[in-house]
Structures are given as C-alpha cells and as structure tokens.
Write a protein that binds this ligand. Structure first.
Ligand code: 3HC
Length: 282
C-alpha cells in the first residue's frame, strides 16, 4: 500500500489527497498555511456531504475518507515516511524548484517525487534534486474528485520503474492514467484543449459570434459539459492566460498567442468564478 504525501492544499492538492483517502490510501496533506489546510478540509467536506445527500456515498465512508486526510504544516511530518509524493503547489518555477529541493532532503531516498504541474516538464524540476530518475509529472484535472484522467509524463531522466510506479499509484487512487513518453508543452489534453479554445477566442475576436453563443454551440454541438468560455471561468482566466502565454513564449508559435480579449479580462482582474466575474457574472 502506497504511503502518499500531497504538497500544497490548493484546490488541486486538496482534492488529490481527498481522492486518495476515498480510495483507502494512507495520505498526508501538507501546506505551509494552516488556514489553507482548514479551507481544504471544509471544501472537501462540502463535496463529500453533497454525495451523501444524493445517496451516492455512505455517511460512515465519507467521515472515514475525511479523517483519512491527515493535515500538517510540517513538511518532515508529511513526507518522512512517504514512498510517493505529489507536489501541487503554486505554478511558479522557483517555488516548485525549492519545494523539490526540500522534498529531496526530507523524503526517504527511494521515494518518488511527482509534480502536478500542467506547464512544467519534470526535467525543469528534477535538477533541484539528487534523484532525477525518481521524478515524474502526474497531471490531474480540475475538479480532481470528478475528472478521471491522470497524465503521467516521463522526463528524459525518469526511469521505467518510476513511470510504472506513477501509473500504478494513479490506478490505486481510482484514476485512469495515460503515459506520455516525451516531455512536451501542454502534454496531450491541454494541447487539444488549447487548439479548440484558441479557435473559440479567434471567432470571438473576429466578431463572428458572442461568447455565449460559442459556448452554447460547443455544449450542444460537441457535448462538452462546459463551452470554452464557461470552462475558462471555471478554471480561472488568470490560469488560462498564464498557460497560453507560457505555450506562446516556449514555442514561439503564433497559434498560441493569447487572445486580446482574454488579456483584457485578466488585466481588469476578472478571473472568472473566483472573482465573481469573468466572461460571465456569478
Ligand atoms: N469540485 C469537486 N466536485 C465538483 C465540483 C468541484 N469544484 N463541481 C462539481 N462537482 C461535482 C458535484 O458535486 C457533482 O458530484 P456528484 O455527481 O457526485 O453529485 C458533479 O460534480 C456534477 O456537478 P453538478 O451537477 O453541480 O454540475 P455539472 O453537472 O455541471 O458538473 C462539472 C460540473 C463536473 C465541473 C462539469 O461541468 C465538467 O465536467 N466540466 C468540465 C471540466 C473540465 O473540462 N475540466 C478539465 C479542465 S482542464 C484542466 O484541468 C487542466 C489543468 O491543467 C488546468
């Protein structure tokens, strides 16, 4: 049985830990902020209680899964016995590299260090450790409690055993993994998502249709649960903009240049649901 530690209790880390506990995995959740851990606990409780109310989860199983996530602000307590660590901190290279360096010191020498980054290939982080062969990307999707996929991405130094271990940990926590053999910006899903949503932004920028109608067209015509603009608001337009800017800067390809209307929203502080306004008002 895996002894898992999840580092960072934002919405991704909180739900990765909760999903693992639901699957019966031994898990610690770490954040430097006690307040963030409290937020994570309360948000996870809300999600599991909704399942109980809908009759989809037994109340006893929900309480067990909630108490199964052990929280701590002490990194050593979180990882000293872990054999698998998933980092899900803020999407910033320096922050992630310093977390990887700290994990290298605090976690057992044979523990795998995985990153949930959606934009940074593991080769950018593994160099901060003395164990690059044990480092790998494990990219979950938002919301983790609902979305079944995990992209496991090998870096040039990731060993076969580490990639296999990441695939098996994803299955152990009840998720379907796919293996990406080459480090590539955007992995699989975000490349396909960006291609489709960039086209949606181009249609909007060219005045072809309103964003509301583009959403309706994609929801009804392609059966996406959310059209590209609703999904942007859900994910966070700041996150979407940052990811697109990263793709544009790293590839230099014009097709990834962020839309001027998206940039204007971000500059105006309209990030979507979390700021109560993005493309839509909440
Ligand atoms: N966290 C956890 N669970 C959530 C949730 C959240 N934020 N929002 C909704 N849910 C759960 C609900 O509790 C409910 O669970 P249940 O079926 O067990 O009762 C279920 O999702 C359905 O919720 P609702 O009935 O309230 O609403 P919808 O049917 O509209 O579904 C949705 C909401 C699941 C978010 C759905 O709209 C959806 O799948 N949207 C697309 C999400 C998507 O594409 N994610 C990928 C984004 S890309 C990404 O993550 C890459 C990264 O790099 C940024």
């Amino acid at each position: 049985m895996t002894r898992l530690a999840v580092i960072g209790a934002g919405s991704m880390g909180a739900q990765i830990a909760q999903q693992a506990a639901l699957a019966g995995v031994d898990v610690w959740l770490h954040d430097t902020s006690a307040e963030q851990l409290e937020k994570a606990r309360s948000s996870n409780r809300g999600h599991l209680m909704r399942r109980v109310e809908k009759g989809r989860l037994d109340a006893v199983a929900a309480e067990k899964a909630l108490s199964g996530v052990r929280e701590t602000t002490d990194l050593l307590e979180a990882v000293s016995r872990a054999d698998f660590v998933i980092e899900a901190v803020f999407e910033d290279m320096q922050v992630k590299r310093s977390v990887f360096a700290a994990l290298d010191q605090a976690a057992p020498p044979d523990a795998v260090l995985a990153s949930n980054s959606s934009t940074m290939g593991i080769s950018k982080l593994a160099g901060a450790t003395s164990r690059p062969e044990l480092c790998v990307n494990m990219h979950f999707f938002n919301p983790v409690l609902v979305m079944d996929l995990v992209e496991v991405v090998r870096g040039p130094q990731t060993s076969d055993e580490t990639a296999e271990r990441a695939m098996s940990v994803a299955r152990e926590i009840g998720r379907t993994p796919v293996l990406i053999n080459k480090e590539i910006d955007g992995f699989i899903v975000n490349r396909i998502l960006y291609a489709a949503t960039q086209e949606a932004y181009r249609l909007l920028d060219a005045g072809v249709a309103s964003f509301e109608d583009i959403d309706v067209a994609v929801e009804k015509g392609l059966n996406w649960p959310m059209g590209p603009f609703r999904l942007g608001d859900f994910t966070g337009l700041d996150v979407t903009f940052k990811a697109r800017s990263h793709m544009y800067e790293s590839t230099g390809e014009e097709r990834f240049r962020p839309s001027p209307q998206l940039e204007a929203k971000v500059r105006a502080g309209k990030f979507g649901r979390k700021t109560k306004e993005g493309w839509y008002r909440y």
